[in-house]
Ligand binder design. Structure first.
Ligand code: AMP
Length: 209
């Protein structure tokens, strides 16, 4: 089973993906994380992508498809994947049709103001990429690596504004594109409450481990 998580930045797609992975054995793939790993490894693809990421713009389709398809080819994806942050436009969704059959799409709904607030509060571990939030009272070091947390380069007010505008303009049309297999969930509740309808929905689709 392959699923897509839609939802603006800060709506909690990464947290939801972890829960789905634990219950259904699907592998979360975040194109944003793949780009950040590629940057951290000093790879040319990542360094090219960074120019767009730092401005909050979409990375061109050829680079994005390349990094995604290379990841999907790895053996751990056989049972299915959870795409987080891909597709982000109709163009990407059309390209995805040739790569993967998508069974369902879950859209997390959160107001722009709350997305903005959550992104400004987000901190990440520069070593392992784990995400923390000052809104949740998290400290300033990674509990796994012990290193100081940092802000993501693109979690600054200008880039956040652009990213939310890009989401609205380019990504929200996907809600109609996938209307035949879509579950909409309010993200303005606790992670447990977000997950409950998702778990019921996926269990009915027959994806339970
Ligand atoms: P994210 O971690 O999902 O917020 O993504 C961070 C940044 O990576 C985005 O603002 C884009 O610059 C880039 N990115 C991630 N996924 C995609 C995608 N599907 N298409 C184009 N750019 C992407």
């Amino acid at each position: 089973m392959n699923i897509i998580l839609l939802g603006a930045q800060g709506s909690g797609k990464g947290t939801l993906a972890k829960r789905i992975k634990a219950d259904f054995g699907l592998v979360p793939i975040s194109t944003g994380d793949l780009f950040r790993q590629s940057i951290a490894n000093g790879q040319p693809l990542g360094l090219e992508a960074k120019k767009y990421m730092d401005r909050g713009e979409l990375v061109p389709l050829d680079l994005t498809l390349k990094i995604l398809t290379e990841r999907i080819k790895l053996g751990d994806c056989a049972k299915g994947v959870i795409l987080d942050g891909f597709p982000r436009s109709i163009e990407q969704a059309e390209a995805l049709k040739k790569v993967l059959k998508i069974d369902s799409v879950i859209c997390l709904e959160l107001s722009k103001e709350q997305c903005m607030e959550r992104m400004l509060a987000r901190r990440i571990c520069p070593k392992c990429g784990a995400t923390y939030s000052t809104l949740l009272g998290d400290g300033d070091t990674c509990t796994k690596c012990g290193v100081s947390l940092v802000r993501r380069d693109d979690d600054n007010p200008d880039a956040i504004k652009t990213r939310l505008e890009v989401y609205e303009k380019m990504t929200t049309p996907l809600i109609n594109f996938y209307s035949d297999r879509l579950l909409k969930v309010s993200a303005d509740v606790s992670p447990e409450e977000v997950y409950k309808p998702v778990k019921d929905f996926l269990s009915k689709l027959g994806g339970k481990k």
